[in-house]
Design a protein around this ligand. Structure first.
Ligand code: SF4
Ligand code: SF4
Length: 384
């Protein structure tokens, strides 16, 4: 008997360096071959197949993983089919950090952006950026700021997010994220910044901010949105990591990103918060999940990511605002294609035994563009 097949609504075909099915909901990327790609394109929900005539094993796997849906009657096509024939640039731009606004209600002592400013992207530019990111086959939009929930058009922006065919991740302090707001969010994941237990966190971010963050975490969980956490290592949270780890396990946290803040922005005048790379690097072992800043395919960090600043500059990442790739008015793809990707072989430490895992760490944190990243040396080698 013939059956109707379609790509599941939470999945998308992505033409990156190779063809993939991207499970947006679960953030899983499945590599497929050209033949499978053509087959998936034909699974439009309205054409019927004799399953016997197809690669049964492949179809069974797709159905088991909920990548394909099967029906005895025609089904509405996956709306993403309109962009099935587009391709990414090489290297692909998979992750886009969108800094909607430079406004923020807090003045965190470590913030690399310095004092908050009243600068924002306008909503028309944001719409254009989202479409361009979808067209280059983007996987994950990282919505940040400043505090993105202070963006003047935040809820209008939130309302049109479902139109776009990539995963959406909101980075927030949680200050403005109440129960009502969590239920309205159209994102797949919220990453809350939590920089210690109550004393450690509030010392860095301001009194009352820990309670707000913990409440936000609960509301995110209740709303059924994936939760991740970002933590900065500083002098006042060094004894908190094991307890934080236990707490995050109880919340089933998807990713825990831990970093040692760079000595720039506000941290230049908050020296008592600074930990040495040797000490800070040790705490990175608590982290799990997420490695989208990293290098790959033999190149240093930032192989598949870039950042758009609130003033419209497109940069390698937020630390490179003084060396932008261009302005968003020139087009995201054009700016991305100007990005220089340094091969690992050009690093001074290219023959380090950890180069495959470490990929030279963070280029901004290293003293020069080719020298080792001291935090990563501490993590991998226990020395700087
Ligand atoms: S320089 Fe650092 S912050 Fe920027 S992309 Fe590389 S790892 Fe990320
Ligand atoms: S551990 Fe240090 S020396 Fe080794 S690859 Fe990483 S940054 Fe380079």
């Amino acid at each position: 008997m013939n059956r109707y097949l379609r790509l599941s609504p939470h999945c998308s075909l992505k033409r990156l360096e190779k063809p993939y099915i991207y499970d947006i909901k679960n953030d899983e990327l499945y590599e497929i071959d050209d033949k499978a790609e053509e087959f998936i394109k034909s699974c439009d929900g309205t054409s019927s197949f004799s399953i016997k005539g197809q690669d049964r094993e492949f179809i069974d796997l797709c159905i088991k993983e909920n990548l394909l849906q099967i029906s005895e009657i025609p089904i509405i096509p996956n709306l993403q089919s309109s962009i099935f024939n587009l391709k990414s640039p090489i290297p692909s731009l998979r992750y886009l950090e969108l800094q909607l606004t430079a406004r923020c209600n807090l003045s965190c002592r470590h913030c690399y952006l310095g004092k908050p400013k009243n600068i924002e992207l306008n909503l028309d530019s944001v719409r254009k950026i989202l479409k361009e990111f979808e067209d280059v086959q983007g996987l994950r939009l990282i919505i940040s700021g400043g505090e993105p929930m202070l963006y003047s058009n935040f809820w209008e922006f939130n309302n049109f997010l479902p139109e776009y065919n990539f995963r959406k991740v909101l980075l927030t302090s949680g200050w403005f994220l109440g129960k009502k707001e969590a239920l309205k969010l159209n994102v797949n994941e919220v990453q809350v910044s939590l920089d210690g237990l109550e004393d450690g966190h509030d010392t860095l971010r301001g009194k009352g901010s820990y309670k707000r963050a913990i409440n936000a975490i609960k509301y995110v969980k209740e709303a059924g949105i994936d939760l991740s956490i970002a933590t900065m290592v500083h002098q006042y949270n060094l004894n908190d990591f094991q307890k934080m780890s236990d707490l995050f396990n109880s919340y089933n946290v998807r990713e825990w990103g831990i970093d040692v803040p760079l000595q720039t922005g506000n941290l230049k005048s908050a020296k008592d918060f600074i930990v040495s790379p040797e000490k800070g690097g040790e705490y990175l072992k608590f982290a799990y999940g997420g490695s989208y800043h990293g290098g790959s395919e033999g190149y240093v960090c930032g192989r598949h990511i870039c950042t758009i600043m609130p003033n419209g500059k497109v940069c390698k990442c937020g630390f490179y605002e003084d060396r932008p790739l261009g302005n968003i008015e020139e087009g995201l793809k054009n700016c991305w294609e100007r990005n220089y990707h340094m091969p690992l072989k050009d690093l001074q430490c290219h023959d380090c035994i950890y180069i495959k895992e470490c990929q030279g760490g963070c280029r901004f944190r290293a003293d020069t563009s080719t020298s080792p990243d001291p935090v990563m040396c501490a993590l991998y080698k226990g020395t700087v």
